[in-house]
Design a binder for this molecule. Structure first.
Ligand code: 2P0
Length: 327
């Protein structure tokens, strides 16, 4: 008998970044993080456990996945099988409904959708917290994509990771914000994967400890801004935190530099927008793209200002939680 489920998850962009682990085996973050889930970037994943299969199979965006990707899925499904007390292999079909092909693909939405689809198909009666912890084992940022809107990830202290999970944060800012995503293309060389890059930064960057010391302050400031409904305060923390994360990575030896010339041009344009009284604040992840936090009222002006510089511009509303779309 085949046990099947489909789940849909939105990607998220961190406003206070996750950059470094305290335990690689359990995938425990070295510090907390805080994100906004995005409606425009969705992954839909179906998991079908089938006793007739000899091995797990992964079809990613319509093509059979590479061995390395399938092995990572098997490692993750082994956790689910262990918790559910089943042994059947699974057929996993995952599709990214992203408006672009240029490097925005997200392990956050991927592992959030996989965690919920696999747990449902395996018959696990998991709490939201348990699902967030499960998703974290696949990818740290995936723990945050279980929830919609603003989300706080706890680093936790427990050696077994039982307190390293995400939770939603309510804020009246949720009805007021947009994220404008400026895609930087143009033949950039393949950037360092974030998993290796954060480990390398932690191991070699003279600025890494300063990064770890900074995060609790930025988390407190971001949560304060969300509680107060203060978008300029939230934006300032987000931009400063992203620059600090990149500074720690750039100081690693050898350096991890994600930025392209267009990245800097976009950052300058965001500062110019602010000088003109338009509230807009930039953040960047493990790639050259620039994501800009702004208000609904200013989203069109921000997109128009960035469009001449970027390959493509996407305006996203906040997204909802990961949901089961077919049982
Ligand atoms: C973030 N990033 O907070 C940060 C900022 C990238 C830059 O979370 O090793 O793919 O799978 O736990 O979640 C990307 O890291 O890392 C990430 P793993 P993940 O969004």
């Amino acid at each position: 008998m085949t046990a099947r489920a489909t789940a849909k998850a939105c990607a998220n962009i961190a406003l206070v970044k996750y950059w470094g682990k305290r335990d690689a085996q359990l995938n425990l973050p070295a510090a907390g993080s805080l994100s906004l889930t995005l409606a425009a970037l969705v992954t839909e994943t179906t998991v079908a456990f089938d006793p007739a299969l000899a091995a797990d199979e992964l079809v990613l965006d319509g093509s059979a996945a590479r061995t390395k990707e399938t092995a990572r899925i098997t490692t993750f499904l082994d956790l689910v099988r262990g918790q559910a007390g089943i042994s059947a292999r699974a057929r996993v079909t995952s599709t990214n409904h992203f408006p672009t092909a240029s490097g925005l693909a997200s392990s956050a939405s991927g592992f959030a959708a996989l965690a919920v689809a696999a747990a449902t198909a395996a018959g696990l009666a998991a709490t939201p917290r348990a699902l967030s912890i499960l998703a974290r084992r696949g990818s740290g940022s995936a723990a945050r994509s279980l929830y919609g809107g603003f989300v706080r990830m706890h680093a936790g202290h427990a050696p077994d990771g039982s307190d390293a999970f995400a939770e939603p944060i309510t804020s009246r800012l949720l009805d007021k914000v947009r994220m404008v995503i400026a895609i930087v293309g143009g033949g950039a060389p393949k950037s360092h994967g974030s998993r290796d890059a954060m480990d390398h930064t932690a191991a070699t960057s003279p600025l890494y400890q300063a990064w770890l010391d900074l995060v609790p302050h930025d988390l407190a400031a971001a949560e304060g801004a969300l509680a107060a409904g203060d978008l300029p305060a939230l934006g300032a923390v987000a931009e400063g935190n992203a620059l600090a994360m990149h500074a720690s990575a750039m100081a690693a030896r050898p350096a991890v530099i994600y930025w392209q010339p267009t990245t800097l041009a976009l950052l300058a344009e965001v500062r110019a927008l602010r000088d003109r009284g338009i509230g807009a604040w930039a953040t960047m992840d493990a790639g050259p793209h620039v994501k800009v936090l702004t208000s609904i009222e200013h989203a069109d002006a921000v997109a128009a200002a960035l469009r001449p510089l970027a390959s493509e511009v996407i305006v996203s509303a906040p997204g909802g939680p990961t949901t089961v779309t077919a049982g």
